[in-house]
Design a protein around this ligand. Structure first.
Ligand SMILES: N[C@@H](CCC(=O)N[C@@H](CS)C(=O)NCC(=O)O)C(=O)O
Length: 182
C-alpha cells in the first residue's frame, strides 16, 4: 500500500486529495513538523531535504508534491496514456508549483504577475471546465490546490474580477477529498 508522509496544514493535502480522487488505498504517516520529526534520521532517509510530502509506493520513494502528482497520474490514471497527455499534465503541475506559486505568493512578483496569471486563467476556464482536454486530472489538483491557498494566505484577496476562476475553485472544492484533512 502507498504510504503518504505528511503533516497538518502542509502540501501533503495536495497529494492526499489526488489519492482520494484516484481511489487508491493509502496509509497516512504523520511527520509532525512542529516536533521536528522531519529532521529525524528515519525521515531524512526518505526525503534528504526534510520536507513533506513524500510517498513510498511499495519501496519506490518520491518527494516533491508535483513529481508525486505526475507519477501517480501516469501510473494510476488510465486516461493518462500518451506522452503528450503526461506532458500536458506535467506542464500544468510545473506551472502551478513555479510560475503560479511565485506570481501569487512572492511579494516581488505579485503586483505584475497576479493579474496577468489569473486573468489568463480566467480566459482559459471560460472555454473548458478542466485544464487538460476538459477532463479532471492531476493538473486540476495542482492548480486548484494553489488557488485554494489564496484565500488562506492572502487576506481580503478580491477574486471577483476572475469569475471563471472563482467558479472553478468552487467546483473543485465540492469534490470529495478536496484538500481535506491534512
Ligand atoms: N516544493 C515542495 C515544498 C515542500 C515543503 O516546503 N513542505 C513544507 C510543508 S508545506 C515542509 O516540509 N516544511 C518543513 C521545513 O521546511 O522544515 C513540494 O511541493 O513538495
Amino acid at each position: 500500500m502507498i504510504k503518504l508522509y505528511g503533516s497538518g496544514f502542509s502540501r501533503a493535502a495536495i497529494v492526499k486529495w489526488y489519492l482520494e480522487e484516484l481511489q487508491i488505498p493509502y496509509e497516512f504517516v504523520l511527520v509532525e513538523l512542529k516536533d521536528g520529526d522531519n529532521f529525524k534520521p528515519e525521515y531524512v532517509a526518505i526525503n534528504p531535504f526534510s520536507k513533506v510530502p513524500s510517498i513510498d509506493d511499495n519501496g519506490f520513494i518520491l518527494w516533491e508534491s508535483g513529481a508525486i502528482l505526475t507519477y501517480l497520474a501516469s501510473k494510476y490514471d488510465p486516461t493518462v496514456n500518451t506522452p503528450e497527455k503526461i506532458a500536458a499534465i506535467n506542464q500544468w503541475v510545473l506551472f502551478a508549483n513555479s510560475t503560479l506559486s511565485d506570481g501569487l505568493f512572492a511579494p516581488q512578483f505579485q503586483a505584475k504577475e497576479t493579474p496577468l496569471l489569473l486573468g489568463k486563467l480566467n480566459e482559459i476556464l471560460s472555454q473548458k471546465p478542466f485544464l487538460v482536454d476538459g477532463v479532471f486530472s492531476a493538473a486540476d489538483v495542482a492548480v486548484g490546490s494553489l488557488l485554494g491557498y489564496v484565500p488562506m494566505m492572502i487576506k481580503d484577496f478580491d477574486l471577483s474580477p476572475y469569475p471563471n476562476v472563482m467558479a472553478y475553485m468552487q467546483k473543485l472544492k465540492e469534490r470529495p477529498g478536496f484538500m481535506g484533512g491534512v
